[in-house]
Design a protein around this ligand. Structure first.
Ligand code: FAD
Length: 496
């Protein structure tokens, strides 16, 4: 009897280990151990993958999660995981940031085969993202609280980037996404004939060069690799504002009662609090345009600082008109930057945080950074089709690759998730045989709505949000972009 129950017991232990894994590596390792123990080969098993796991792991803790995933998977748009599976669309996603992972999850629910590449094997960003009500609801529906008990408890509406990545990675693995870490996408490889005259479809070059995914053929590729998007063919629009220098700082949160009492500062309203900024300037010489403070795994601050005060406080050593030179490593005094961020944090929380010790970043250094926000980029288009030797490839961007957010306004991950869902919707239409120009016209029409979105001008009933854009946006018809207007987004390789 004992012998029989041992494997079940071990499976439960492995499952618990997976659910509570606190790093990317640990989550990947415990998941593969769990699959091995359950004698499941994730590459050939039924999709979504959690179903065969569920049959082998009938355990109360896991059952709560299966119930969540079953409920989500029952959304009619997924067509019981067959919306993208009849012609087996194979999708590659570049980047395991929040938006790449969210796209992977959505596509898997629709039955697509998804391969995700991430060039790192660590999730190390302490910085905290603001979540709109719909993103909180969305993540709860995916079981976020099962993986991260403190997820958006009470009135909390934020999460650190690394926790968000961890939650979504675990959901993605359970759905059957094939995740490869330490693999960097380099470039697309056009269809060709190999030396045996086999016709090959679209492939990619990756680093390390001989990694098996370089042999993979696919029909859809999604750029989710952040602001430095590596997929060619997308023109970038630049929004140049007046000089904007942002500072982010993370301090250790020891979760004491004194720390718990300190009030957060949520950005948008605070920007109009002119008296605070005047007093801050008079008392400390620090001159800010805005500041946001979230109490999360760390005490996280993001602020936009005026150049003159950074020069006066010795943070920037020498004034240059060129922003790159101005903020270059050699021109920034790191100790003065730490002191500046600490003083701003202390003043803005009314000196109530007992100790302001920096949390450490990925490099073991105090987690404070200064960024230039003067230029923000957005891609001119959201998608395109490439066609070579009879092989079509749908190419699309999501997240920061598509539309870069202004961090202090906290729009990044909400608009990122909207674009992830919109792209998944496009891939669904593509898989169901819609004409390329119609697919692209709809995608571009939705993309035009994205920069204007706020929680107030979206559909009110967030419980009904799904991959279908009409459940989320107010005005989706008639389409504002016609098929004739997107002809240039079909690249056949011929000279125009
Ligand atoms: P990202 O989160 O940038 O993820 C891109 C992923 O792609 C990364 O994991 C990267 O390693 C991977 N990648 C890149 N190139 C390749 C490649 N060639 N092959 C394989 N993988 C690749 N937003 C805020 O609101 N507040 C903040 O304080 C804040 N801080 C940030 C700090 C940093 C250092 C960065 C990079 C971003 C920050 N952001 C912040 C932006 C915020 O993280 C994004 O809006 C949000 O994470 C959505 O991003 P994403 O998934 O589109 O891309």
């Amino acid at each position: 009897m004992e012998d029989q129950s041992f494997p079940e017991c071990q499976a439960q232990e492995l499952f618990d280990e997976f659910v509570s894994a606190s790093t990317c590596r640990a989550a990947m390792r415990s998941f593969s151990q769990l699959c091995e123990h359950l004698q499941l080969d994730p590459s050939t098993a039924e999709r979504p993958l959690y179903r065969p796991i569920k049959r082998r792991l009938n355990y109360w803790r896991a059952n709560g999660l299966w119930a969540k995933l079953d409920r989500r998977g029952a959304q009619e748009e997924y067509q019981r995981a067959r919306a993208c599976s009849d012609v087996t669309v194979r999708c590659v996603i570049i980047g395991a940031g929040p938006c790449g992972l969210r796209t992977a999850v959505e596509l898997s629910f629709m039955g697509a085969r998804v391969v995700l590449l991430e060039k790192r094997d660590t999730f190390s960003r302490n910085n905290v993202l603001h979540l709109w009500p719909f993103t909180i609801h969305d993540l709860r529906g995916l079981g976020a609280k099962k993986f991260y008990g403190r997820f958006c408890a009470g009135s909390i509406d934020h999460i650190s980037i690394r926790q968000l990545q961890l939650v979504l990675l675990k959901v993605a693995l359970l759905l059957g996404v094939e995740v490869h870490v330490n693999v960097e996408f380099k470039k697309l490889v056009e269809p060709a004939e190999d030396q045996h005259r086999h016709k090959l479809g679209w492939r990619m070059e990756v680093s390390p060069k001989n990694h098996p995914v370089s042999q993979l053929e696919f029909d859809v590729i999604i750029g989710a690799d952040g602001r430095r998007n590596t997929l060619p063919g997308f023109r970038r629009k630049e929004f140049r504002g007046k000089l904007a220098i942002a500072i982010t700082a993370n301090f250790k949160n020891r979760n004491t009662t004194a720390e718990a009492k300190v009030e957060e500062i949520s950005g948008v309203a605070f920007i109009f609090n002119q008296r605070f900024f005047q007093e801050l300037r008079q008392e400390t010489g620090i001159d800010l345009e805005n500041i946001v403070y979230y109490k999360d795994d760390t005490h996280y601050f993001v602020m936009t600082a005026k150049k003159q005060s950074l020069l006066e406080k010795g943070v920037i050593l020498q004034d240059f008109a060129d922003t790159e030179l101005l903020l270059s490593r050699g021109n920034v005094d790191q100790n003065a930057l730490q002191a500046y961020a600490r003083e701003a944090a202390d003043f803005s929380t009314n000196h109530q945080l007992p100790a302001l010790d920096f949390a450490m970043n990925h490099y073991g250094q105090p987690d404070v950074a200064m960024f230039d926000f003067t230029c923000m980029y957005a891609s001119e288009n959201a998608a395109m089709v490439r066609q070579r030797h009879g092989h079509q490839l749908l190419v699309t961007l999501v997240g920061d690759s598509l539309l870069e957010p202004f961090w202090p306004m906290g729009t990044g991950v909400a608009r990122g998730f909207l674009a992830a869902l919109d792209s998944a919707w496009m891939i669904r239409s593509w898989a169901q045989g819609a004409a390329p120009l119609d697919v692209l016209a709809e995608r571009e029409s939705l993309y035009r709505l994205l920069p204007q979105t706020t929680p107030e001008n979206m559909q009110k009933n967030i419980t009904l949000y799904s991959v279908d854009p009409t459940t989320r946006y107010m005005n989706t018809s008639p389409l504002t972009v016609t098929p004739a207007q997107v002809r240039h987004l079909v690249d056949t390789g011929e000279e125009a």
